[in-house]
Design a binder for this molecule. Structure first.
Ligand code: SAM
Length: 245
């Protein structure tokens, strides 16, 4: 009897651990990246979806980038495709946060110089993760300087399909969202890490920036509700549908 209950407990623990790991993965950012790589390449929309180019604004210590690279490796291996089909563009000062530019940036958790991780730190991380480094572009500098004509010439060759904006500030998010429309295609998906920093207050941070972007009217960011990482994800659609006969 004691033996039976011992076995039962063991089995229960085993399955509990497996299931909780599975649920944790299901809800992870890595899985979100994986699902969108898969959708853009293999769904009904594969012929016209943007695909296989990841942009990250705000690379910090490389946590989000690691999640993307792990998803890209898992996707390529499951679909028997070459990882070299996937490109990455990274945009950061590599010196941490700039000074606060406006009251909408001002938050007790952030200060100038915070999250300063060097370009070398991120370069070494990518090598360690075994992602082809020749497929990675580093756009270095504060956005007010680095998001310029020269950068546009580089990135228009590789328009984004999945974008992370983890820049904390309203002002930095604005600089990103006012630069991107020239390369955005309908079907590009966005993950905004800092959406909840001001508890969704529409007058601060990334929420304000998205609201202003949407009011301009050239294209919109629509919230992706179901099964999309913590309600922090959006899909872009141009005002004038560009995928026509
Ligand atoms: C919280 S960290 C990003 C964390 C990162 N995604 C990770 O997973 O490790 C914010 C990043 O945004 C960058 N950043 C914010 N505003 C910027 C600006 N105006 N120009 C350049 N980089 C900026 C900072 O340098 C910092 O690396």
């Amino acid at each position: 009897m004691i033996f039976k209950s011992y076995i039962k407990d063991k089995l229960d623990n085993y399955f509990e651990e497996k299931i909780s790991k599975h649920i944790e993965f299901q809800n992870s950012l890595e899985n979100w990246f994986y699902k969108w790589l898969d959708f853009q390449n293999n769904s009904y929309a594969n012929s016209y979806s943007p695909k296989n180019t990841y942009y990250e604004f705000g690379t910090g210590w490389g946590q989000t980038l690691t999640a993307f690279i792990n998803a890209a490796k898992a996707y390529s291996s499951a679909n028997n495709t070459n990882i070299e089909n996937i490109n990455i563009c990274l945009f950061d000062s590599f010196e941490g946060l700039p000074p606060v530019k406006s009251p909408e940036d001002n938050h007790v958790s952030w200060k100038e110089g915070e999250f300063a991780y060097s370009k070398k730190y991120i370069f070494d991380l990518i090598k360690k993760l075994d992602f082809p480094i020749e497929n990675v572009k580093f756009i270095e500098g504060y956005y007010e300087n680095s998001l310029n004509k020269e950068t546009m010439e580089i990135i228009k060759q590789i328009p984004p399909s999945i974008i992370t904006v983890d820049t904390d500030y309203y002002s930095s998010t604005n600089e990103v969202l006012s630069f991107l429309p020239r390369v955005l295609k309908s079907g590009t998906v966005f993950y905004f890490d800092d959406l909840f920093s001001f508890f969704l207050n529409e007058d601060y941070g990334q929420v304000k920036s998205i609201k202003e972007f949407n009011s301009l009217g050239d294209g919109k960011l629509y919230p992706l509700t179901e099964n999309n990482y913590n309600g922090k994800c959006f899909i872009y659609s141009a005002k004038k549908w560009e995928h026509t006969i």
